[in-house]
Each structure stands twice: as structure tokens, then as C-alpha cells.
Design a protein around this ligand. Structure first.
Ligand code: SF4
Length: 396
């Protein structure tokens, strides 16, 4: 197998892993947002054999392994292809990411769209144009859209009256379509229109301000948003949270050990749905490393790996995030984002409190994103903790 084509940009895959501060980062995009139990167990083994032993869940519902060596990458890839976690065709991962609302059922509109787009994107690589790396589709055709905060460029949603629509990201209204086949055709046309409208330079659909073409007139509002999956019992199984989007492979393996579990569905909310699981993970299983309490303050935090895991980071993020979460119980402060640098990989939207590494210290933004203007700069970890305890930025 050839050497990895190392990527220094911001959307690595498995065939194009990213060189990070602790080795290669290898990202897996599970087809239909689901792994079988066997695939989940194989990923746990792979994380321990070739990676750091941790598995990360991204805000695009991808799974990634860190700490992979260049020498180990070919064997890891052979295993991932063998387990059908990665396509044998490297070009397949250049097709748009397809994020499915995780509670799809066999044969429903979200599932059918996922299958049709898989066929169009992966089995017929020429059917879709070559789009910017981060381009993605949200397939969200349940009664109420739930993926509105997840990154995507085109969204399949349902209108207030229950019809299907395709909505270009950044627009309030969508284009009604008669059925899933028409939705997939419209998505393909809009992807080509995006490129013709300067999309290669703009990168993302929401940055294109040109009015949509007449054949895609956006006239219809989507239904009101629904909520992310709640932790605990679900009609399909049991939902668990991953602290800061990470789980040790050994912990996930223990959660899958129960043979009533049939698979894993990934979500963009740092939560996994364990299909078939009935009952709390603590029932005879170790639960360290999984969140099962909806009030856990870590659920309100978005944290990137930071130093030393990411070469772009000048500060550690995870230790600070843990310290903040231990003190947050009495001082709720809304959403907290801790980022190793201004890229803000863990969260694109504003957060009530945002701490961003710069030159070995932290900048503080209030109600902003990682690349916004700080209200305080040059903080150390204890300053940041003090702020969250007092909510008084003037003391910094
Ligand atoms: S935001 Fe975090 S993960 Fe992203 S590049 Fe910066 S330090 Fe790395």
C-alpha cells in the first residue's frame, strides 16, 4: 500500500490522513451513520492496535483515530477496508459527506435518501461534481429537523405541512420537492449551480449570496426544529454521551460487549445510540468514560483536542475543560467552547463563553466564536476558571 497522502488542511479522511501533533489522524465516515456491532468492535481493536486507544466523535458525526504512525497506517487501512468502514476506492471519500438524522428507520425518507445518495456518490463517482473538502449534505426528513446546527451545505427537511424540501444552507426557506428521487436530483443540480456561482472559492454554500436559480425557487419554511437525542432509553436502544467527544476504545468495547447490542449510530451531538441496548451501561458494565446524565456539565462544552494532540494548538484544552466542568455545577454559564486555536474546530457557532489558545495563553470571548474579538487576553488556566466562577470579566 502506498504512503499516506498527508493533508495539512482541515478535512482529513482515512485515505488522506492529517499529520497532527501526535501522529496521523484517520477519519472514518460510517455509511448511513451506522456501524454494525462487529464494525464497532473492530474499530475499538484498530484504535488500540494502531492508534492512541481513543476514538473521537466529531460534530459531523465522523469517527476518528489519532496517534497513528506512518508505518502503521497501511495495516490500519487494510483492516478498515476489510471491515467495510472505509471504501477501497480512495476517491469515494472525496464525495460529499452525508449526515443522517440518527433515528432513521429502514425505508423511511431519510434512509432512502441516504441509500440513493450513496449510490450516486460512491457507486457512480462521476454523478456528482468535485466539491470543496468540507462540503456535506444533511438528510433530516423526520417530522422535525434535528440537524439544523450541524454543518451541511444542502439539507433535506420536512416543511411545516409535512412535505419534503431541499434547503441551501444559509437560507431560511427551502425548495419543495415531490419525492426523494426529486430531492436527490435537485441536490445534484444545486451542487453544480454552487460551483458555477463561485463555490470553489467560497468553499461553503452559506457564503454564496447569489439568489437561487428559478428552477430551485425557495418558497417554503422548514418545520420547527426538534431536539437532539436525549441520553438514556430510546426506542432503538440506549443513548450515551462522550465526554468532549472522546471515548477510550476499552470503554466502548465494554458497552458493546452485551450481545443484545446490534450496532452503533453516530450523531453530531457527541452522543452515540447503541442499537438494541436495553438498560443503563452501569448494569454489570464499566461506565467510566461515558456520560449518562443529561445534567452532566460536560454536555454543554465543546472542546477540541488542543496541545499536544494538535500541532496548531499552543495550549492544552482538555485539562482546562475538565477543571471547568468540575466547577460548573454551581455556576452554570451556558455553552462553553475551549479551543486550542482560532480555527475553532469543535464549534462553529458562538458560545456564551469561548476560551481560545494564542501564544501559550487563553483569550476570552463572550457570546462569540473562536475567531471573534476577545474581551480579555493573555489568561492562564486559573484566570479562566476564576472567570467562570465569578462571571466577572472586569476582574481579569
Ligand atoms: S481548533 Fe483545535 S483541533 Fe482545530 S486546529 Fe486549532 S488546536 Fe487544532
Amino acid at each position: 500500500m502506498r504512503r499516506p497522502a498527508r493533508v495539512r488542511g482541515w478535512c482529513p479522511g482515512a485515505w488522506r490522513p492529517m499529520a497532527t501533533g501526535d501522529g496521523l489522524l484517520v477519519r472514518v465516515r460510517p455509511d448511513l451513520g451506522r456501524l454494525t456491532r462487529a464494525q464497532g468492535l473492530a474499530l475499538c481493536d484498530a484504535a488500540e492496535a494502531w492508534g492512541s486507544g481513543l476514538i473521537e466523535l466529531t460534530r459531523r458525526a465522523n469517527l476518528q483515530l489519532r496517534g497513528v504512525s506512518e508505518a502503521g497506517w497501511p495495516a490500519l487501512m487494510a483492516e478498515l477496508v476489510e471491515q467495510a468502514l472505509v471504501s477501497a476506492d480512495a476517491e469515494a471519500e472525496r464525495t460529499p459527506a452525508r449526515l443522517l438524522a440518527p433515528d432513521w428507520r429502514d425505508g423511511d425518507d431519510t434512509h432512502r435518501a441516504g441509500r440513493l445518495l450513496h449510490d450516486a456518490c460512491v457507486d457512480n463517482l462521476t454523478a456528482w461534481p468535485m466539491l470543496p473538502d468540507k462540503w456535506g449534505l444533511a438528510l433530516d426528513a423526520g417530522p422535525a429537523p434535528v440537524l439544523g446546527e450541524a454543518p451541511a451545505d444542502l439539507r433535506l427537511e420536512r416543511s411545516r405541512k409535512g412535505g419534503l424540501l431541499v434547503r441551501a444552507d444559509g437560507r431560511d426557506l427551502g425548495t419543495p420537492v415531490d419525492d426523494i428521487e426529486a430531492a436527490v436530483t435537485l441536490m445534484t443540480r444545486l451542487a453544480r449551480w454552487f460551483l458555477e456561482s463561485g463555490g470553489a472559492d467560497a468553499g461553503r454554500m452559506h457564503r454564496i449570496t447569489t439568489p437561487l436559480p428559478d428552477w430551485a425557487a425557495a418558497t417554503t419554511a422548514p418545520a420547527a426544529s426538534g431536539s437532539p437525542l436525549r441520553l438514556g432509553a430510546h426506542p432503538f436502544g440506549w443513548v450515551v454521551g462522550l465526554p468532549f467527544g472522546r471515548v477510550p476504545a476499552s470503554t466502548l468495547r465494554a458497552a458493546l460487549a452485551d450481545d443484545q447490542v446490534t450496532g452503533i449510530r453516530v450523531t453530531p451531538w457527541r452522543r452515540l445510540l447503541l442499537e438494541g441496548r436495553r438498560g443503563n451501561i452501569n448494569d454489570g458494565q464499566p461506565a467510566d468514560g461515558l456520560i449518562q446524565d443529561e445534567d452532566d456539565p460536560r454536555l454543554a462544552m465543546d472542546v477540541c483536542p488542543g496541545a499536544p494532540h494538535c500541532a496548531q494548538a499552543s495550549v492544552a484544552t482538555l485539562d482546562l475543560a475538565r477543571a471547568l466542568s468540575e466547577r460548573r455545577g454551581d455556576h452554570p454559564a451556558g455553552r462553553v467552547h475551549v479551543s486550542g486555536c482560532a480555527k475553532g474546530c469543535a464549534r462553529g457557532a458562538p458560545a456564551e463563553v469561548c476560551l481560545v489558545g494564542r501564544d501559550g495563553r487563553y483569550d476570552l470571548m463572550l457570546g462569540g466564536r473562536a475567531d471573534d474579538t476577545p474581551v480579555a487576553t493573555g489568561l492562564d488556566a486559573s484566570d479562566a476558571i476564576e472567570y467562570l466562577e465569578t462571571r466577572d470579566a472586569s476582574r481579569l
